[in-house]
Design a binder for this molecule. Structure first.
Ligand SMILES: Cc1cc2nc3c(=O)[nH]c(=O)nc-3n(C[C@H](O)[C@H](O)[C@H](O)COP(=O)(O)OP(=O)(O)OC[C@H]3O[C@@H](n4cnc5c(N)ncnc54)[C@H](O)[C@@H]3O)c2cc1C
Length: 581
C-alpha cells in the first residue's frame, strides 16, 4: 500500500486497466500518486481479450511489458465466414511498425493483477483497495476528496489533479455533471469463456450469420472465448441455460472436452463524454467513452488515454510545461476515440448484417477486394484501423499534408543496435523522456547545431540514429544507436538530417531539417509559452523569455496559474450504475 500522505500531485480513481496503466506510467515519470479502488482486488471476470500493438508499446513505457508478455499470445488473425461457413475475408497482419504484432490475445484479469503487482514494486505510489471516492470539491488550487472504506472508515486527501478512471458508471463523471452522449447499441451478447480448449485454429473466427452472429477468439494458456448475439425475444436466462450454451458451442465447432469457465450476457454501448475534464478533474478510459467490443478497442482506447495523459500530468505537476498543456489531452484523443467507435460499429454490421441482401453485398465486396493486391493489403494488414495520429494538439505543424507529415503521429518503433552491440527496441534506448532524435551519420555536428536554451526546458535525451551501413560514431551527452534494417527509413522517408522532437508518449511533436534548427527552437518556445496563462507568467518574467526563467520561477508560475473550475464545484458523488453487464 505504501505510506499514506494527505496531499498528492495526482489521485487516480479506479484500478481497471486504464487507472493501473496511468498509475504505472506516472511512476515511470516520477510522479507521486494515490490509486483508489472500491473493490478489494482487481477484476476477476473475463472482459477484454484482444490487446493491440500500441497498447503493448504503452505497457513497455510503463515498465511492465516483461511481466505481461508471458501471458500474451502474440500475433493472430481473423477469418470471416458467410452464413454457410465459407471463408470470405482474412485479416492477418504481418508487419510490426510499433515493435509488437498488431493483434494479440490476453486475459484482462491477469493483466490487471500484473499491473497491480508492478505498481506495488514502485516506491512513490500508494494504493487503497477496498476504498471508494465518496465526495470531492475543487477550488482553483486543488481537489479535496473524501474516501470511504468498505467498513465505513473515512479518510480525507487532497491533490493537484484528480483522474476518474472509474469505468462506465463513473462517479467522478457524474460528480462533474457530465453525461455520455451517443447511442446505446441495443444488442445483447452471450459471452462464454472456455478453458482447456484444444481448438484447431489459433485465429479469431467470425461467423457473419444474421440469424446468429458469432465470434470466437483465441486466448493464452488453452483458453478460448465464444460470443453469440441474442435474438429478439430471447431472454438472458434462457440463453444462459446449460443446454443452450452447449448447443451453441457444438454448432460452432468448440472443443467438446473444453471446460466452461464463465458465461454471462453483456449489453454494449457506443458513447462519448462531451467533455473530458473540468478544472482540475479529468476523465479517462470507460469513464470518458464506451466502445462496443467488435474491434477489440475499448480497453486499448483507455490505454491510449493513459499514455497521452500521464506525461502531461508529469510535466505540469513538475512545472516543466504550463497547465494549459492538459487541454491538449481531449483535443488529441477525442476524434481518435470516435473513429475507433465507428470502426467497431462497422465491424458489428459486417458480423451481423441487417438483411440477406446486405450480407451478400458485403461479402461479395470483400471477395472482390481480395483480388486486387493493394485492396487485399488494406484488409489483411488492417490498414482500415484508424492511425495513431492527431491534427491538433501539443505539436508544431510543418505545413505538410496529413498523409506526408510525421508531426502528430506515433513514431514507428524499430529494433536498433546500441553502442555495446545489443539489439533493443528504440523506446528502451530512449527511456521515458522527451527526446531530440536525428537520423544522421555525423551526430556531433548535428547536435552542435541544436544548441538552444529552449531544448533544456524539456530536458530531452539526445539520440542519434545511424544508417544501417555506417561506421560507429560517438555523441557526448547523448546516445547513438544504429538502424538494423531499412524499415525505419521506409517509414520515415529517406531524408537524413531531419530532427524530431519526440514526446514521452512517442508522438512526434515537431520535425524539421537541421538547417532550420533556430526557427524550430523559436516555435517550440512559443508552443511552451502558450501553455502558461499570461496572468501567471507576466508578473514573474516581466517580459523576459521563457528560456530565461529559472525552475523556481516556473514552479511559482504553476502555483499562480488560475485553473478555471466554473465556480467551485462541490459534489457529492452518487453511486450510480450503468448497465455494462
Ligand atoms: C465482454 C467484453 C469484452 C471486451 N473485449 C475487449 C477487447 O477485446 N479489447 C478491448 O480493448 N476492450 C474490450 N472490452 C472493453 C474493456 O473491458 C473496457 O474498455 C475496460 O475494462 C475499461 O477499462 P477502465 O479501466 O477504463 O474501466 P473499468 O475496467 O471499468 O475499471 C474501473 C474501475 O473503477 C472502479 N471504481 C468505480 N467507481 C469507483 C469509486 N467511486 N471509487 C473507487 N473505485 C471505483 C471499479 O471498481 C473498477 O475497478 C470488452 C468489454 C467487455 C464487457
Amino acid at each position: 500500500m505504501g505510506s499514506l500522505a494527505s496531499h498528492y500531485p495526482v489521485v487516480v480513481i479506479g484500478a481497471g486497466p486504464t487507472g493501473l496503466t496511468l498509475a504505472n506510467l506516472l511512476r515511470e515519470y516520477s510522479v507521486r500518486l494515490l490509486l483508489v479502488e472500491r473493490n478489494l482486488s482487481t477484476v476477476q471476470e473475463p472482459r477484454a481479450v484482444s490487446i493491440d500493438d500500441e497498447s503493448l508499446r504503452t505497457l513497455q513505457s510503463a515498465g511492465t511489458i516483461d511481466a505481461i508478455l508471458p501471458d500474451v499470445v502474440a500475433g493472430y488473425g481473423s477469418i470471416y465466414y458467410t452464413a454457410r461457413r465459407v471463408p470470405f475475408a482474412t485479416v492477418e497482419p504481418t508487419d510490426t511498425p510499433y515493435g509488437y504484432p498488431r493483434r494479440n490475445a490476453f486475459r484482462q484479469p491477469k493483466l490487471e493483477e500484473q499491473l497491480r503487482l508492478a505498481l506495488c514494486g514502485k516506491p512513490g505510489s500508494s494504493t487503497l483497495f477496498g476504498w471508494q471516492l465518496e465526495e470531492f470539491t475543487q477550488t482553483p488550487a486543488q481537489v479535496n476528496l473524501i474516501l470511504r472504506s468498505a467498513t465505513g472508515e473515512r479518510r480525507e486527501v487532497s491533490c493537484e489533479y484528480l483522474v476518474g478512471c472509474d469505468g462506465a458508471g463513473s462517479t467522478v463523471r457524474a460528480g462533474l455533471n457530465i453525461v455520455l452522449t451517443g447511442t446505446t447499441y441495443a444488442s445483447r451478447w452471450l459471452i462464454v469463456d472456455l478453458e482447456n480448449n484444444r481448438n484447431a485454429t489459433k485465429h479469431t473466427e467470425v461467423f457473419c450469420n444474421r440469424l446468429r452472429p458469432c465470434i470466437t477468439l483465441p486466448g493464452p494458456h488453452a483458453t478460448r472465448r465464444y460470443e453469440f448475439e441474442l435474438l429478439p425475444g430471447e431472454t438472458d436466462e434462457d440463453m444462459l441455460s446449460p443446454e443452450r450454451v452447449e448447443g451453441l458451442l457444438f454448432q460452432h465447432g468448440a472443443d467438446p472436452n473444453a471446460r466452461i469457465h464463465r458465461k454471462a450476457v453483456y449489453r454494449f454501448h457506443a458513447r462519448v463524454a462531451p467533455r473530458w475534464s473540468l478544472g482540475r478533474v479529468l476523465l479517462a478510459g470507460d469513464a470518458a467513452h464506451l466502445t462496443p467490443p467488435f474491434a477489440g478497442q475499448g480497453m486499448n482506447s483507455g490505454l491510449r488515454d493513459a499514455h497521452n495523459l500521464a506525461w502531461k500530468l508529469a510535466a505540469v505537476t513538475n512545472s516543466i510545461i504550463g497547465p494549459r498543456l492538459l487541454e491538449s489531452y481531449e483535443q488529441e484523443r477525442h476524434g481518435h476515440v470516435w473513429a475507433m467507435i465507428h470502426l467497431a460499429l462497422r465491424m458489428g454490421r459486417v458480423m451481423s448484417p441487417p438483411s440477406r441482401l446486405s450480407a451478400w453485398l458485403t461479402q461479395a465486396g470483400f471477395r472482390a477486394l481480395g483480388v486486387l493486391p493493394p485492396a487485399r493489403d488494406y484488409i489483411t494488414q488492417m490498414k482500415y484501423k484508424p492511425k495513431p495520429r492527431f491534427a491538433d494538439g501539443f505539436m508544431i505543424a510543418d505545413g505538410r499534408g496529413a498523409r506526408r507529415t510525421l508531426v502528430g503521429r506515433l513514431l514507428p518503433q524499430p529494433v536498433v543496435r546500441t553502442e555495446d552491440g545489443s539489439h533493443v527496441l528504440l523506446d528502451d534506448a530512449i527511456g521515458p523522456r522527451f527526446a531530440l532524435l536525428v537520423r544522421t551519420s555525423d551526430p556531433e555536428r548535428a547536435f552542435a547545431t541544436l544548441q538552444h536554451p529552449v531544448w533544456e526546458l524539456l530536458r530531452p535525451v539526445r539520440i542519434a540514429v545511424l544508417p544501417p551501413d555506417s561506421r560507429h560514431a560517438k555523441l557526448a551527452h547523448g546516445i547513438v544507436v544504429t538502424e538494423c534494417d531499412e524499415q525505419f527509413a521506409a517509414a520515415l522517408g529517406r531524408d537524413r538530417n531531419n530532427v524530431m522532437l519526440l514526446r514521452p508518449d512517442r508522438y512526434v511533436a515537431a520535425c524539421f531539417p537541421l538547417e532550420n534548427a533556430r526557427t524550430a527552437a523559436r516555435s517550440v518556445e512559443t508552443l511552451l509559452t502558450d501553455t502558461w496563462p499570461d496572468e501567471a507568467l507576466s508578473p514573474l518574467l516581466g517580459g523576459k523569455a521563457l528560456t530565461q526563467a529559472s525552475p523556481i520561477e516556473l514552479g511559482r508560475a504553476h502555483d499562480l496559474s488560475p485553473i478555471h473550475t466554473e465556480g467551485d464545484t462541490h459534489v457529492r458523488c452518487r453511486r450510480q450504475s450503468i448497465d455494462t453487464a
